[in-house]
Design a protein around this ligand. Structure first.
Ligand SMILES: *Cc1c(COP(=O)(O)O)cnc(C)c1O
Length: 473
């Protein structure tokens, strides 16, 4: 007689469940990618969804395939060409298979012995990105769980390079400079590091929502006059709301003048390192001390998979200098293969395998193709918006993030567009989001799916127009 535990680990039932799941997912992909399934988001109120799952839970143990099916049906469908919402990629299917592989192998990564495959692959991928950024062979990097954590890690490295807070605690009031439009995680990281509101110096942006580099000197002087010690400046490449690229060259020059750490947050838009046509947008990134690029945004890998690349690889070892005798034979050696010495995580997912699987199956060109197709489509969408006199484009897009709104002579435009977006969410045939620029509310798309076409974009504008009439009346 098999015990319940033996049964749970049975290779036979795994084989059967896995085949069933793969068939389910392949059917799902076919349905959503062809658009034969109309729904992109099966939106329900939080309470309604909670009740649904509570009832499921109360039924107790049951058929896991049925649970998988329910999970699919009740999820948002990133592979649907009409998904254009937040900046998360529909993973290229082979990387999801790598996710299943690594989920089962579950090799941690902090120490080399637990990450025999993932540590070398992580190094290879870091070197690939470093070379694409234009760093020399002193550069090095790591993978970590998301852009938010990667940005915090970069700022911790900056602090380690500029101060001895790690040893002595805070003695000075430290500060970082960043654009008003930077991702909120920079603000959060600075607060975690004890800088408080005063220590986050938010520099205003221009009409293209890029940091106003002609104000950097003034803001820096004001901060130092107040007694703040500025340690770093962060450039957005690109910003989250509007996909605007800061002038990284000007930021680099400013950072150098004042001996500041220059961090480039390329979580979304750093992926243009793979495109000869678009990499002019990140001119100056090769002068950054650290760079963040999310593999799970523009580079087709499942979340969370984020690269943090240091111009001088040694800097990464300064970030977390702790003794962990049971982990590392030599605390002070700069061994690339014990990734836990340089990352926040101890046990870490085998992220590198998911990215490497994409490279192995499709080659590097797939990243170029994805970035260029989606950025081109952003421009196409802007052209479509401008061709309709009753629409307004917030600004010419530099990326695949486009903000726009419907105009109407009578109604409050903010209310009108917010209501349109609410209707779109409830009807579920498209997924788009909204953002506020100044005091104006805009509809916002991030075109993340390489199977989205111009036809889908035209259909979206038609739908916004149609709903505009419904809402206004
Ligand atoms: C998405 C994003 C982040 C946050 O990254 P996560 O991977 O979602 O944690 C940070 N900065 C920018 C510019 C982003 O676009």
């Amino acid at each position: 007689m098999e015990s319940p535990l033996q049964k749970a680990f049975s290779s036979d039932s795994f084989r059967q469940q896995a085949h069933t799941l793969v068939d389910l997912l392949a059917d799902y992909l076919e349905q959503v990618q062809s658009g034969s399934l109309e729904t992109v988001i099966p939106y329900k109120d939080p309470e309604e969804n909670l009740t649904f799952w509570q009832e499921d839970y109360e039924q107790g143990q049951g058929d896991v395939t049925e649970f998988f099916r329910k999970t699919i049906n009740h999820s948002i469908h990133l592979h649907h060409p009409r998904y254009m919402g937040h900046q998360v990629t529909p993973p290229v299917p082979v990387s999801a298979l790598a996710g299943m592989l690594t989920g089962l192998l579950n090799n941690g990564m902090a120490v080399y012995e637990m990450g025999l495959v993932s540590n070398p692959l992580e190094r290879i991928l870091s070197e690939l990105l470093a070379q694409k950024i234009g760093f020399d062979n002193h550069a090095n990097g790591l993978l970590t769980s998301g852009g938010t954590l990667a940005n915090l890690t970069a700022l911790l490295a900056a602090r380690a390079a500029k101060t001895d807070v790690w040893e002595n605690g805070n003695t000075e009031h430290l500060a970082v400079m960043v654009s008003e439009e930077a991702h909120y995680c920079i603000d959060r990281a600075a607060r975690i590091m004890g800088m408080g509101s005063e220590g986050i110096i938010k520099v205003p942006t221009n009409e293209r929502l890029q940091i106003r580099t002609n104000l950097l000197e003034q803001y820096y002087q004001e901060a130092t006059d107040k007694g703040l010690q500025v340690i770093a400046i962060v450039g957005s490449a690109c910003s989250t709301s509007t996909g605007s690229y800061d002038d990284l060259e000007a930021i680099a020059a400013f950072a150098q003048k004042h001996q500041l750490w220059f961090h480039a947050d390329g979580a979304h838009g750093g992926a243009v390192v793979f495109s000869d046509r678009y990499k002019h947008l990140i001119k100056g990134m090769n002068q950054a001390d650290s760079v963040v690029i999310d593999w799970h945004k523009m580079l087709m890998a499942p979340a969370l998979t984020t690269a943090l690349i240091f111009k001088r690889g040694d800097d990464a070892f300064k970030t977390f200098q702790q003794k962990a005798q049971y982990l590392w034979a030599n605390q002070h050696s700069k061994d690339w293969f014990n990734s836990g010495k340089r990352t926040f995580e101890c046990t870490k997912l085998m992220m590198s395998v998911k990215v490497y699987a994409i490279l192995k199956a499709h080659g590097e060109q797939i990243f170029t193709d994805n970035v260029e197709y989606l950025y081109d489509l952003g421009k196409t969408f802007a052209t479509l918006v401008k061709a309709r006199p009753n629409f307004e484009l917030a600004l010419e897009p530099e990326s695949n993030i486009v903000c726009f709104r419907l105009l109407h002579e009578s109604a409050s435009l903010n209310e009108l567009n917010a209501n349109i977006r609410k209707r779109i969410l409830e009807e579920g045939k498209f997924y788009i989001v909204q953002t506020t620029l100044g005091d104006k509310l805009y509809l916002r798309v991030s075109i993340m799916n390489p199977l989205t076409t111009e036809t889908d974009l035209v259909a979206l504008l038609d739908e916004v127009e149609r709903l505009g009439k419904v809402v206004a009346s």
